[in-house]
Design a protein around this ligand. Structure first.
Ligand code: PGA
Length: 247
């Protein structure tokens, strides 16, 4: 299948107040975006104001997580319906920080995926192996398990709204990105053997303007999930410019 325009998603994690987010989106709106699909996953508190600031532009706003239930007695939790109402058009699910710091299981991730899709929100399913799993040669096994649990139960029509982000845990926030050629092989394996239909796969983990181009040039890398480098407009803008030139 033809490679489409690059999908570039900023993951702000627990950074930026409402004021910071609005300021950033206003600046981002000035960046020429013609071919790339640019999105930001903001903290819950900034969703509404960021979506309002992005209104009328090509920038999509999304959440970083939702609860696995749609409503109910879950103190401190936020549902897919709530983030949609606040202006989100997508949500990350199963980010490694959720899986490992907050012990989210594959079963919980699968529930979130279905709920989001049934709420008409796009899903960015994050998957990736830990350092020790990679050292034991288990990368393929880990990805197969995470992808099968999250997506196998879905009807084909729902799968159209899924994007996968391959983020090796050891590469996240480590300043050591994975090797683009190795990532290309892993994406190719996922597309050829783990997925029944074409699902875009992004790479994430210490992406910067210095390495973004090498990743985006690979035929099976459909875009990037960017943490640290999405927090400063100058750095994020540079990555968008690289994506625009290669799309
Ligand atoms: P990083 O984070 O770019 O700061 O490594 C990526 C992510 O966790 O999504």
């Amino acid at each position: 299948m033809e490679k489409g325009s690059a999908i570039l998603i900023g993951n702000w994690k627990m950074h930026k107040t409402v004021a910071d987010s609005t300021h950033f989106i206003e600046a981002l709106k000035k960046v020429p975006i013609k071919k790339t699909d640019v999105r930001i996953a903001t903290p819950f508190t900034a969703l509404y104001s960021a979506a309002k600031a992005a209104f009328g532009s090509k920038i999509a706003i999304g959440a970083q997580n939702v609860n696995e239930h749609i409503t109910g007695p879950y103190t401190g939790e936020i549902s897919a319906l709530m983030v949609r109402e606040a202006g989100a058009t997508f949500s990350l699910v199963g980010h490694s920080e959720r899986r490992h710091l907050y012990h989210e299981s594959d079963a919980v991730v699968a529930k979130k995926v279905r709920l989001l899709l049934e709420t008409n929100l796009q899903v960015v399913l994050c998957v990736g192996e830990k350092k020790e799993e990679r050292e034991r040669g288990e990368t393929e096994l880990v990805l197969a398990k995470q992808i099968h649990h999250a997506l196998n139960h879905l009807e084909k029509a729902l799968l159209k709204n899924v994007i996968i982000a391959y983020e090796p845990v050891w590469a996240i926030g480590s300043k050591t990105a994975a090797c683009p050629k190795e990532v290309e092989e892993i994406h190719k394996m996922c597309k050829n053997t783990l997925l029944s239909q074409d699902v875009p796969i992004l790479y994430g983990g210490s992406v910067t303007a210095a390495n973004a181009g090498e990743f985006l040039k690979q035929p099976h890398i459909d875009g990037l999930l960017i943490g640290g480098a999405s927090l400063e407009i100058e750095k994020f803008q540079e990555i968008i410019q690289i994506g625009e030139a290669l799309s």
